[in-house]
Design a binder for this molecule. Sequence first.
Ligand SMILES: Nc1ncnc2c1ncn2[C@@H]1O[C@H](COP(=O)(O)OP(=O)(O)O)[C@@H](O)[C@H]1O
Ligand SMILES: N[C@@H](CCC(=O)OP(=O)(O)O)C(=O)O
Length: 374
Amino acid sequence: MMTREQLGQSQRWVVKIGSALITDEGRGLDQAALTDWAEQVARLSREGREIILVSSGAVAEGMSRLGLKQRPKALYALQAAAAVGQMGLIQAYESIFQRHGLHAAQVLLTHDDLANRRRYLNARSTLRTLMEMRAIPVVNENDTVATEEIRFGDNDTLAALVCNLVEASMLVILTDQEGLFDADPRAQTEANLVSEGWASDVALQKLVAPRFGALGSGGMATKLSAAARAARSGTHTIIASGRQPRILERLAAGENLGTLLRPDREPVAARKQWIAGQLVSRGQLILDAGAADVIRSAGRSLLAVGVTEVKGKFSRGDVVTCVAPDGVAIARGLVNYGADEARRIKGHRAEKIAAILGYVDELELIHRDNLVLL
Ligand SMILES: Nc1ncnc2c1ncn2[C@@H]1O[C@H](COP(=O)(O)OP(=O)(O)O)[C@@H](O)[C@H]1O
Ligand SMILES: N[C@@H](CCC(=O)OP(=O)(O)O)C(=O)O
């Protein structure tokens, strides 16, 4: 198991700075704090670490520049505020990194970019190239064009997908709390900090209260699911307070701060990480107990014979969810047949497919290489 010191020494970090932290109580960006984090990033990068920043703050800065007192509710108004605010955000990073002789690179991503395999691979090459050039990518959601249906909404999820994209060793989520507490510290002053846990421990999920603050969007829940997502590429997550002096440098020195969430499974293949990262599933395949069992425990392909019901509208190549008979979603995968064909072949053995459909695309409904456990 990696020690805090070894993790601190690790090479590739994604550092996420949340809205709750980066904004000066709704009065735009906290320039002094932002300067401090960026300077730490610059120093760590000059020492040879590869760092990608995922920075929130566009909406908050836009609200301040436009004189809006409250976070707009309508998506188009949020998007307009983000477009204005992103200018301030990137200007701030650019000028600080420039002082350290480093280039900042603006990378704005939508979920669509990562859902489309070719664009995903392009984003990966671009980020890798920027790191080779020793530029510092500053990533945010491309709020201006993201639609409600496919928004990340919070930057925790985006940061985790970036970790998968570049196979980061560490995800540091800086927020306004010292880490994960055993109860929401805003509601309970007695709450205790959890200093370490497993990224996909469901017991941790029970500790977090849903919270939709004035500025931040995800609360602690999205940070935990981000840690579980990041773990798929073997990435360790530390949730820590951005208000601690020299926080990034102290984490690099191996100091025991915040909550460390360790990956608890072997890293999955890059292609499977991409499948697991899809936020939209087009349909559901309800499995019988035998199929659910072999998929969960033996990593087998899904055959039509083990499917009892097909829900939704999907085409060959879409992402669908496999659901066990008790209603629990157990896996996601790229399906080899569209919904209509899947309905016709469900419950039948592979050798019957040709007789039912008049052709055979593949013997499996979802091949195990395209299937990932949740
Ligand atoms: N168990 C918990 N431990 C720590 N914080 C929690 C917990 N449950 C809920 N929270 C809330 O999550 C908030 C951080 O999330 P959020 O406001 O989205 O921050 P950010 O903008 O940095 O992503 C904290 O301010 C806290 O009120
Ligand atoms: N893209 C948005 C950030 C969304 C957001 O607030 O995320 P988070 O910091 O996770 O609460 C912005 O720059 O304002």
